[in-house]
Design a protein around this ligand. Structure first.
Ligand code: COI
Length: 372
């Protein structure tokens, strides 16, 4: 499908890299397209960033039929702009749309829309290490109808935001409260897709944890409050001696793209990366035995977020010596090295954003290197 590009009359200036936070400022343009019966996806366009006009009866406002993605574009030392694992993010978006009874744009169109937008706002991709252009694709139900059934109309849009570190702590270890009252998601629910509702469900627990002096919560399973699921908005990894374990994808855990990258990297280094059930009892026991060496979260926004302390039923389990654990640091450096083009992209994870041809159209999406 042809993507029409309408540029802003005057370009705004991107804030200096040192002034960037996370998700506070937005680049000049957005990508949009609409879906309705008989037409399918249509009117793919890049337009100046600005407010949407929506009917207040739109299904998204009432029944939360909405989902999003989050991925990043990086400016390498060679000035080339590359998106990390664009294909995997588009595939996950398509799976999420199916779960939420929304139409998914085909993968080539998703990839092309995102690359065209990033190309138009290329000047908004920051360059310093630790910064990126965060890309937020969003799919919402727009049919004005109050009956409860899948919406017949949808809008897909992509906005972008130049960002620095997600947590003010950066790579410094954070304190995490193990949550045994609230749950993020249950098996059979929406936990495995990036539905906005999962994030709404997480807010109160995080607020209460902050009041206790913790940065975020470690989520346990909804049925027994026993098995580890995620940490804050991230997947969780535990290093017990020589094993680096993460909860197996059980239906309520998001299949994180950074999670998959961490597992691939650990295995490529010959390490024992496992996906299995990890109970909170195992955490407590192995901490007592001195076998709980590192805990960290993985996600697109923060990449790797080390945990320095876990709080559980009045106990404080302190991890390590207050410094970033060795595996957490190695993973952070390996992933960011690939993202900024300073390390070899042996896995074929980077997708170069080509500079548009003179007629304004982007070239077909291609991985930056051949994949295996
Ligand atoms: C991520 O870790 O990338 C997230 O999912 C956080 C995002 C919702 C800001």
């Amino acid at each position: 499908m042809k993507i029409d590009v309408t540029r802003r009359q005057t370009q705004r200036t991107r804030p200096a890299d040192k002034d960037l936070g996370f998700g506070k400022v937005f680049a000049d343009h957005m990508f949009m397209m609409d879906h309705e019966p008989g037409k399918g996806w249509h009117s793919a366009r890049v337009v100046p960033y600005g407010p949407l006009t929506l009917d207040p009866a739109s299904a998204v406002f009432h029944y939360g039929q909405a989902m999003f993605e989050g991925l990043k574009a990086f400016r390498g030392k060679d000035d080339v702009v590359r998106i990390f694992r664009l294909d995997e993010h588009c595939k996950r978006l398509a799976r999420g749309a199916e779960r939420l009874c929304m139409p998914s744009p085909d993968l080539a169109l998703l990839e092309d829309g995102i690359k065209t937008l990033v190309d138009v706002d290329r000047a908004w991709v920051p360059a310093s290490v630790g910064t990126a252009l965060y890309i937020r694709p969003t799919l919402i139900a727009t049919e004005p109808f109050l009956g409860v059934r899948p919406s017949a109309r949808h809008t897909f849009f992509v906005i972008t935001s130049p960002v620095a570190a997600y947590y003010a702590e950066g790579l410094n270890p954070v304190k995490i409260w193990i949550e045994d009252t609230y749950v993020r998601a249950s098996k059979g629910g929406l936990g495995a897709v990036k539905a906005g509702a999962n994030y709404a469900a997480s807010l109160l627990a995080a607020e209460e944890a902050k009041k206790r002096g913790y940065s975020q919560v470690l989520w346990l399973d909804a049925a027994n409050h026993r098995d580890l699921e995620e940490v804050g908005t991230m997947n969780v990894f535990i290093r017990f001696n020589d094993e680096v374990a993460t909860p197996a994808l059980s239906g309520s855990i998001l299949p994180g793209i950074t999670r998959a990258s961490v597992i691939d990297l650990l295995r490529s280094w010959g390490m024992n990366a496992t996906e299995r059930t990890i109970t909170v009892d195992e955490i407590v026991e192995r901490h007592k035995k001195g076998e709980l060496l590192e805990v960290f979260g993985s996600g697109t926004a923060a990449v790797i977020s080390p945990v320095g302390e876990l709080g559980w039923h009045g106990q404080r389990m302190v991890l390590g010596d207050g410094n970033v654990g060795e595996v957490s640091r190695r993973l952070y450096e390996a992933i960011t090295g690939i993202q900024y083009g300073t390390a070899k992209d042996e896995h074929g994870w980077l997708w170069e954003v080509p500079v548009a041809r003179p007629n304004g159209a982007s070239k077909k999406a291609q991985p930056a290197v051949a994949r295996h």
